[in-house]
Write a new protein. Structure first.
Length: 354
């Protein structure tokens, strides 16, 4: 919707019958003339990078073409920020401002405001960033009948990891996959996040859900069980499947954390229940899968000792490949889901900072 001055001149001249519509007896000639300065909304950066727990400013400024002023003064400026969804048909309200009125929505309440460093500054400030804040945001400025928009992408530093439950591979529908990621201190990964992880070397043959409802998997080393030896590396797309009935693994995304991840030094190996209690006694909680991946990828955590995690799996993080400790690659090594009552391992704990 742009401001246009419509000058409509209706001709009363007789028109020849239209070949496709014999009932059309008159033609209208419409003259359109653009008048006045046009409202322009600009994002100085198309992508902004941050991390969980941080603060960020999504840039947005508005101008009038051919003028140096921010607004005409005849209408109040309305600024609306929304988050774009994957189907492009829905938008989530984030923040609205008009005059002295301010309103934030949903999980953004109490965490968003306008920077307003100048009278034409509509930049959005987000504090205490959460994993689910990742995505594309639209800044819309409205003045009278004029409006314009700009889009800014908020990227988060983090790590994508594949996840399957104790039941084994291909046992999660879409909604269960969402919960599984949340239980492991993460969210479902987006396609862009999976693609970036593939470019960084992620290779995984099991197909998993992504946040847009698609099922995909990343291959850096083509081989027979994963599409064939002669296929090119890439992110393989299974397409979109029934979110209730179809079952796959899931790709989760997590970022840094406000706490301490560590291997608990204990005089003996532990069963799962003993491991849970040992972390509690040490003033922490048994660590989640997302936390071991974040510590490994973002902090370079390296330890060759296998330890229990909250989901009942046993893993260990290797940043420096060496003999007997993932000699071929840096990775979070997966031991499996051992018998909780009888198998003995160490434990990884996590202590949150206040």
């Amino acid at each position: 919707m742009k401001t246009l001055l419509f000058l409509v001149l209706i001709s009363a001249c007789w028109a020849e019958p239209h070949p496709g519509n014999s009932s059309l007896e008159h033609e209208r000639i419409v003259h359109i003339q653009e008048n006045g300065p046009r409202l322009l909304v600009v994002a100085e950066q198309a992508k902004i990078f941050s991390h969980r727990g941080g603060n960020v400013t999504l840039p947005c400024k508005f101008y009038h073409e051919h003028t140096s002023t921010a607004g005409s003064g005849t209408h109040k400026i309305r600024v609306k920020w929304t988050k774009l969804t994957y189907d492009y048909l829905k938008e989530l309200d984030v923040f609205v401002a008009m005059g002295h009125h301010r309103k934030s929505y949903g999980s953004y309440q109490g965490r968003v405001s306008l920077r307003e460093s100048s009278e034409n500054d509509a930049s959005l400030v987000i504090t205490n960033i959460r994993l689910e804040d990742y995505g594309r945001y639209k800044c819309e400025v409205i003045e009278g009948l004029e409006d314009d928009t700009a889009v800014v992408t908020l990227n988060l530093e983090g790590v994508v990891f594949p996840y399957s439950p104790r039941l084994g591979r291909y046992n999660l529908n879409f909604h269960e996959a969402q919960r599984a990621c949340a239980e492991q201190d993460s969210v479902m990964a987006s396609f862009d996040q999976l693609y970036d992880a593939w470019r960084s070397g992620l290779d995984w043959c099991n197909a998993g859900w992504l946040s847009d409802g698609s099922v995909q998997y990343p291959i850096t080393k083509p081989r027979e069980p994963c599409g064939g030896r002669n296929t090119v590396p890439g992110v393989r797309n299974y397409g979109f499947w029934d979110k209730d009935k179809s079952r796959y693994d899931v790709f989760c995304f997590t970022s840094n954390f406000n706490g301490r991840f560590y291997y608990l030094i204990h005089p003996t190996k532990l069963t799962y229940d003993e491991a849970v209690q040992a972390c509690l006694k040490d003033g922490s909680h048994i660590a989640k899968v997302g936390q071991i991946f974040a510590a490994w990828k973002l902090l370079g955590y390296d330890r060759c000792d296998a330890g229990w995690l909250a989901d009942g799996s046993v893993r260990y993080p290797i940043s420096r490949p060496r003999k007997r400790c993932s000699p071929s690659e840096a990775a979070v090594r997966f031991v499996g889901f051992p018998d909780k009552k009888h198998k003995l391992y160490g434990v990884y704990c996590f202590r949150a900072y206040n």
